[in-house]
Write a protein that binds this ligand. Sequence first.
Ligand code: NAD
Length: 419
Amino acid sequence: MSAHDDELNPLQAAEARFDLAAEALDLDAGIAKILRTPSREVTVYIPVELDDGRIEVFTGYRVQHSIARGPAKGGIRYAPDVTLDEVRALASWMTWKCAVVNIPYGGGKGGVICDPAILSQRELERITRRYTAEMMDVIGPELDVPAPDMGTNQQTMAWIMDTYSMHKRHTVTAVVTGKPLDLGGSRGRTEATGRGCLFVTLEALKKFGIEREQARVVVQGFGNVGGQAARLMAQAGMKVVSVIEWDGAVYNAGGLDIEKLMAHRVETGSIVDFPGGENIDKEEALYLECDVLVPAAKENVITSGNAHRIRARILTEGANGPTTAPADPVLKEKGVFVIPDILANAGGVTVSYFEWVQDRQGYFWNEQLVNDRLEEMMVASFRDVVSYAGKHGVDNRTAAYMLAIDRVAFTIKLRGLYA
Ligand code: NAD
């Protein structure tokens, strides 16, 4: 059985999850109508002179799904196949993610249709600066705070911050997060998403009475999220038995030495042929029997076509949307304890929130304080979701959505409709 195309469409996936939770909540039809519709969408056309003198016009989007609880918050994606539907879906995801961890943000997302792999740094800088100038009226510390996503990074954020500041005639660090440390970035941001995965996973292990030293972990994706999650989980005493990348997987029943695996990847460009483990098939690795599986590579990895093969006790969704909506009932049937993406990977946006707070205070925290506050918020959010699931007799994902939707709906009701 293979996954159907509809199953893989991000907007349909987001709507399916929303509808399920809205129904379970018995959400007011009018509020549901508001929450199904983005609050604002902006499309801009960005004329840019390329290095060879030609002029190209790029299309850029910013969607603010909700600003009910605070400024919109969410990344900007540079990719050749970005669509408005995808940006809409990702923006609504951000609303729910911010509400699950109870930070005072709405949800937003941006995108520019371009291929960063074939553009020079100068070209990317020109695209970014013009995109920012076009979005001057819709972004800002109180309005909408972008961050990096696929194809963008700290440098992109530095250009946005600089362009925005030039227009405002003074330095405004809080307009974006994910900035370099020297420009108002936060300590601990790089590891934040992986660290958040660790905190919620430790809570789940406690719940099942599994000693962390006994916990066998499989991580898919050895990038920012998966690499840090693997490193921190190993550091916490867990056994990371397998790491899966796009070009292969490695296995060691006694636990891989993650620091050495990182060094091996830097040296050789791949995790494959690591002396501290054996190469295994990357498909089969996903189906290893384990206590914790961390899909941290990309979306639509666990579908209705393969969910029955998952043999993990706990699924910590490091990536966004690694499990499709039709795969959920299969996992439920198998008794897999899912820590859904909007909770499991919310450590990134939580430390982004800390970055924005520090920028606005002009007072910067040490790393220990960042990590302690992150732990406090991740653990509290995990407990909120799990107790909500118990109380309402639903799975964790539905509970996370219900909790988030309930929080946003409550704010909308309190504020009332301005007419
Ligand atoms: P990344 O590019 O740093 O890492 C992704 C890794 O996955 C890369 O090493 C890549 O080679 C690997 N990969 C790609 N395709 C694969 C495949 N088919 N099988 C195995 N490995 C594969 O990206 P990231 O920032 O770590 O993000 C990963 C996921 O986490 C994405 O879904 C992203 O949206 C989500 N996420 C990231 C953050 C963050 O703070 N970076 C926050 C929340 C969610």
